[in-house]
Design a protein around this ligand. Structure first.
Ligand SMILES: [Mn+2]
Length: 142
């Protein structure tokens, strides 16, 4: 098993007024090139896809185009979790069809109890827990 681990893309971030979007596009393309050159079995993206929970249209377009290129065009399996800068609810809207192409986007703790199996490896993907949506784990009393 060989995978590429990345995270904290913070797409849409501005640094002292300087828009990083063009640089972020270039870096994401470099990540995909490395993944292909190294013949990885999957790309793992550990949260903070966006810089804000309500990202700009341009930021959404860049992330969508990146996932289309990685997953649909290059057939790269993706294991992605939401980070504290992401809106878990917004990110999760495409999940039902993402799963069809080996694009696993986890935003809810409940999803993480079942592993994603790629080759001989099991991945348990734990997204950041949102304090606004508390998670309760219930256990039967003995
Ligand atoms: Mn971060």
């Amino acid at each position: 098993m060989r995978f590429l681990h990345t995270g904290d893309w913070h797409i849409g971030k501005k640094l002292y007024g300087y828009d990083l979007l063009a640089d972020q596009k270039d870096i994401i393309e470099q990540i995909l090139t490395i993944a292909i050159d190294q013949q990885v079995d999957a790309i793992v993206i550990a949260g903070d896809l966006y810089d804000r929970s309500l990202p700009s249209v341009e930021a959404c377009q860049l992330l969508n185009q990146s996932f289309i290129k990685m997953n649909l065009e290059k057939k790269m399996p993706l294991l992605v979790i939401s980070g504290n800068h992401d809106s878990d609810v917004r990110l999760s809207t495409g999940m039902p069809w993402y799963e069809q192409t080996n694009f696993h986007l986890y935003t809810d703790l409940q999803q993480s109890f079942a592993p994603i199996e790629i080759g001989d490896t099991q991945f348990f993907c734990y997204p950041i827990l949102s304090l606004s949506r508390p998670v309760f784990i219930l256990k039967k009393k003995n």
